[in-house]
Ligand binder design. Structure first.
Ligand code: KG4
Ligand code: ZN
Length: 341
């Protein structure tokens, strides 16, 4: 191992994935271990916060051990410990934060707290070694829908955000309403392949005060109204047609806002991030739109779109290089804003 190599051991526990990863020099993933709780939460139709926290505490040692083992490294080789400290579920975040603090304290290594969304955005650096800021990034996850200008590493300008539901939340709620179950995103993605996206016209909401903002609650209500009216009329519904038509309404708005933002910002690069960014129809639509507008399009592989610790290690590397270190008073911040430290 060369003296200058920087190995970051990163921990992520903000929602329902217990994850640990070792990242070398910012962009090389030595290991990426994810213990998903999806099967457990499926029983309840969504994430149950207390169950998530309890599962994190049960799994975290094992996941960290495996991350070191797969990287063929020991704690001695690690330069710094990184952890997601917000936003997310407070109990879930506290498990990762306390674990990381204890580890950093015992090993006498620096501690770097990372913003979860900064992690999602940074996932783009893993497979696109040439990607550097500035670029526009569409962040669409279960808890967030943001259009962000990545001005520089760790420097963000939020152009637009959702006024109500996040895109992933809308996917999950609609999936539940049409009987697909949890988690809704991947199921709608799949069943839509058999449906007609133009079968039902659902609204594409515009937010008057900010052209980059999103609103998905009206769309969700429109789907629920459609389902109710079919039921009252005794008409059967096509799950695939509803899924495909709903998905098209979401994708149309995301693509339109993104292309508008890229053109207005005068940048040539556009990236996507977050769980919904793994949606195959959204990815295809963005490939086509970027080709038409002659914009370079970057997307992480689906495994780096949904929650993972590799993305946290990448973000931590750039924070570490900037001199960011957190103290023993680091706490979980469920409502942490992007760009805050
Ligand atoms: O980024 P993520 O793993 O967790 C959060 O930070 O929220 O995102 C989870 C969200 C869920 O709402 C899930 O339904 C959605 O991402 N999702 C998808 C797909 N895969 C995951 N949504 C649409 N299509 C997918 N293929
Ligand atoms: Zn996430």
């Amino acid at each position: 191992m060369e003296e200058k190599d920087i190995y970051i051991l990163a921990i992520e526990s903000s929602c329902d994935e217990t994850a640990a990863s070792v990242v070398k020099n910012g962009r090389t993933i030595c290991s990426n271990v994810i213990s998903s709780q999806i099967a457990l939460h499926t029983l309840y139709g969504g994430v149950v916060p207390e169950i998530a926290s309890r599962k994190h505490i049960e799994k975290i040692n094992q996941v960290v051990d495996q991350a070191l083992e797969e990287a063929q490294l020991t704690f001695d080789d690690i330069t710094a410990i990184a952890v997601t400290y917000g936003p997310g579920l407070v109990g879930a975040l506290l498990v990762g934060v306390s674990y990381a603090k204890a580890l950093a304290f015992a090993l006498k290594k620096p501690l770097v707290g990372v913003h979860h969304i900064e992690g999602h955005i940074s996932a783009n650096y893993i497979e696109n070694k040439e990607l550097e800021p500035p670029f526009i990034c569409l962040v669409v996850s279960g808890g967030h829908s943001h259009l962000v200008k990545v001005v520089d590493y760790g420097e963000y300008e939020i152009l637009g955000r959702t006024r109500d539901d996040a895109a992933g939340e809308a996917f999950d709620k609609v999936a539940r309403a049409i009987g697909l179950g949890y988690p809704g995103g991947p199921k709608i993605d799949k069943v839509s392949n058999e449906g007609n996206p133009d079968a039902i016209h659902f609204p594409r909401a515009k937010v008057a005060e900010n052209e980059y903002d999103f609103s998905f609650s009206g769309l969700k209500s429109a789907v629920l109204n459609y389902l109710n009216s079919c039921e009252m009329k005794g008409e059967s519904i096509s799950q695939a047609d509803v899924a495909a038509s709903f998905q098209k309404a979401v994708v149309d708005v995301l693509v339109e806002h993104s292309m508008h933002a890229v053109k207005e910002a005068g940048v040539t690069k556009f990236a996507i991030a977050g769980g919904v960014a793994s949606n195959s129809h959204l990815r295809d639509a963005l490939v086509a739109a970027c080709e038409k507008e002659k914009i370079l399009f970057y997307k992480p592989s689906p495994i780096y779109c949904t929650d993972n610790a590799a993305m946290i290690g990448v973000a931590a590397f750039y924070e570490y290089q900037k001199g960011v270190r957190h103290g023993w008073d680091l706490n979980a911040c469920p409502g942490l804003k992007l760009g805050e430290r």
